[in-house]
Write a protein of this length. Structure first.
Length: 695
């Protein structure tokens, strides 16, 4: 036989692509020609190695053609999982946009895959003599790939989906204290009385009472009356106001105790914002009673889900699980659309079976980056809806409907969410079309259609100018040295820092991708602002640091969790000159990254955050989830890219309070509106029909 020796993941080994010959035991030759095709699915060499290893399992009676078909099928399943689905539907395998269609299969390869699946559907692993029994299994089997409901699962995802479905069904159904009646359920008399007291004493905003609307009251009642409640609403629909009212009721009833209540969110930024919103709500109550004052003094801490569950990065495991349950009796989780299947499994297994849990989020937003769309599936579950466990909020209080600019933003967001052209929103009057940067008003929602790269650069320059002019003394504030004492920044310095960071948080450019999309990704946009910032330093004669990666006055973002510094993925900060002082002596000022920390700020030398820090003039839409800004610009890619979907565009638009600018071609905008994110999952079916459980 003719054998060529090429590189393989095991080193220098035999490659016999296209032949039935096998070497190194029953190891098929490594498929070098599939490397590029795997890359087309954004899969690395490790995924191809995994597929190659699985092709060994059937043994020597498995032909080279069958091995190749199996590897291609595994790659498609991995790509589907990487895209957020928990399973690969085996019907309509080759539809446009599917993983298998993007592998550019030959007719022979398609026929081989179809034959492979036909044989796999027939096997029973415990009794079958088929070589495929080593790879494919049914529910309850321990095999690399599981076939269930004519879908193909990676075994781990099948186990996770099964456990999550069982846990959620039990919480939805096994609740003896709940009666499914209109209005959210029947409350305990003590809770009922407490709720009436809370509703009668709302907070004030601009001397106006901020009262709960009927849907919000329904959400509060549902949360207090059941073991699990799902509250879905678009950004600004008053979800954190609902949380504050739930806490006020529980503080009056005294059961559970405040110490037995936990607040959590997927990211540190979302957790901090949740707690701050509650504090602001309590501070706005004109005549707080004893329960409100006690709640303000002993408000439950808000943490990330990782911290709540006691994640250990060294051991890569959680302290709390079914064998070491959380002690909290009432758990409220914000931004739940960001929770993936694995994290939901960890949380549900760690909850006390008798504890109450409330999930808040927006089911229409982008789902988690990892596999699963749990919030969406929960809202679509038939049983949960029938039993009043799901409350959907319609009204938005972020972009005010009474405000002309806010109304237009909402109209376009709603049109996008429904798959309609933004041009038709508000009777065709919501979206303003601009052909020149000079025509922009920076209010409502505008679509700038740049004719060339020069127009895009002109827009970035106009954006930077507006950001700088919106705070007249910004330049002086950025050039100042800030002193951090032994216990951190003093109150006056913290207030000064609060002004600057709040200003930067009013403006954000959102991008579809990080590096691709024809210089419209967040990385090239950040690079443009950085060069512009550096040029200003040179013109003004200011000292330029040796490390030019970050300059004073540049916004930054944490990109990976840093448990040692208590900084988490998505945390926003600012680079400033900071001088450390021990109370008697000040050290020379150096560039540091300053981040909010409780009611004050913490500063970290840039070198200690190396590899975890990125510029944040622009971020991806995914990174902006859970955030809100006054002014948002959305950089559309120059052409079609995979992440461009209706959900992504809706999420980006709804980050804004007063102004949205869409920058890009009309044709690209229409592509985004027409394409919806397809995530295949069995969880919604399992929650609707117990017989359809993945297990």
């Amino acid at each position: 036989m003719n054998v060529s020796y090429n590189w393989t993941p095991l080193g220098s080994g035999a490659s016999a692509i296209g032949h039935a010959d096998q070497v190194q035991g029953h190891l098929p030759g490594f498929p070098d020609d599939l490397v590029c095709r795997a890359e087309n699915l954004d899969l690395g060499i490790e995924s191809l190695f995994f597929a190659w290893e699985l092709a060994r399992l059937p043994g020597e009676n498995f032909s080279a053609k069958e091995q190749r078909a199996l590897m291609l099928l595994v790659l498609a399943t991995l790509a589907t999982s990487a895209g957020g689905s928990t399973r690969l539907p085996l019907t309509d395998l080759y539809h446009p946009g599917s993983a298998l269609s993007e592998l550019a299969l030959s007719t022979e390869e398609r026929l081989s895959i179809d034959k492979l699946l036909e044989d796999a559907r027939k096997i029973c692993p415990k009794s079958s003599a088929s070589p495929l029994a080593a790879v494919f299994g049914r529910p309850h089997d321990y095999r690399p790939l599981i076939i269930n409901h004519d879908c193909l699962y990676i075994q781990k995802l099948h186990v996770l989906e099964t456990r999550v479905g069982e846990n959620l069904r039990q919480r939805i159904n096994d609740d003896p204290g709940f009666e499914a009646i209109p209005g959210g359920g029947k409350l305990d008399p003590a809770l009922e009385n407490a709720l009436h007291e809370v509703i009668a004493s709302p907070p004030l905003e601009s001397l106006q009472k901020v009262e709960l609307d009927n849907q919000q009251k329904e959400a509060v009642r549902a949360a207090l009356s059941g073991r699990i409640t799902i509250i879905s609403g678009r950004p600004g629909s008053g979800k954190t106001s609902i949380v504050a009212n739930i806490l006020r009721v529980l503080a009056r009833a005294g059961k559970p105790a405040l110490e037995s209540i936990a607040l959590a969110a997927p990211t540190g930024k979302a957790a901090d914002r949740l707690r701050q919103s509650i504090i602001n709500h309590l501070a706005a109550i004109p005549v707080p009673d004893q329960a409100d004052r006690r709640l303000a003094d002993r408000c439950p801490t808000s943490s990330t889900l990782h911290r709540l569950l006691g994640y250990s990065p060294g051991a890569d495991r959680f302290l709390h699980n079914e064998h070491n349950l959380l002690s909290e009796q009432f758990v409220i989780v914000d931004e739940s659309s960001m929770i993936d299947l694995a994290m939901m499994d960890n949380l549900l297994r760690a909850l006390n079976p008798r504890a109450q849990v409330v999930f808040l989020g927006d089911a229409d937003q982008l789902p988690s980056i990892e596999a699963g769309a749990v919030m969406r599936d929960l809202c679509q579950g038939k049983t949960a809806n029938e039993q009043g466990r799901v409350v959907v909020l319609k009204k938005s209080y972020r972009a005010r409907e009474e405000d002309s600019a806010g109304r237009k933003i909402l109209d376009v967001a709603n049109a996008v969410n429904e798959g309609a052209s933004p041009k038709t929103a508000g009777g065709g009057r919501a979206l303003a079309i601009r052909n020149q940067v000079s025509e922009l008003n920076f209010t409502g929602i505008e679509h700038l259609q740049p004719g060339d790269d020069h127009q895009k650069l002109a827009f970035l320059a106009a954006w930077q100018k507006r950001l700088r002019s919106a705070l007249p003394d910004l330049k002086e504030r950025l050039s100042r040295e800030y002193v951090a004492g032994p216990s951190g920044f003093d109150e006056q310095t913290a207030q000064d820092l609060r002004v600057i960071l709040s200003h930067y948080e009013r403006f954000r450019i959102l991008c579809v991708t990080r590096i691709a999309a024809g210089r419209t990704g967040s990385k090239p946009v950040n690079a443009w602002f950085h060069r512009r910032w550096l040029d200003e330093f040179k013109r003004s004669g200011e000292e330029i640091p040796e490390n030019r990666s970050f300059l004073a006055g540049e916004p930054v973002l944490i990109t990976r969790n840093d448990y040692a510094h208590r900084l988490y993925n998505g945390d926003s900060g600012l680079v400033l000159r900071v001088s450390a002082s021990d109370g008697t002596r000040r050290q020379p000022a150096k560039l540091m990254a300053v981040f909010p920390r409780g009611n004050s700020f913490a500063a970290f030398p840039l070198e200690t955050l190396r590899g975890r820090l990125d510029l944040a003039w622009a971020t991806t839409v995914h990174k902006a989830q859970g955030s809100e800004y006054d002014n948002v610009a959305i950089m559309l890619p120059e052409g079609d890219v995979r992440p461009l979907t209706r959900e992504l565009l809706y999420t980006a638009i709804t980050r804004a309070k007063t102004s949205v600018i869409l920058v890009g071609l009309c044709a690209v905008l229409e592509i985004a509106v027409k394409r919806t994110m397809r995530r295949a999952s069995g969880l919604a079916d399992a929650l609707s029909n117990p017989g359809d459980s993945p297990q």
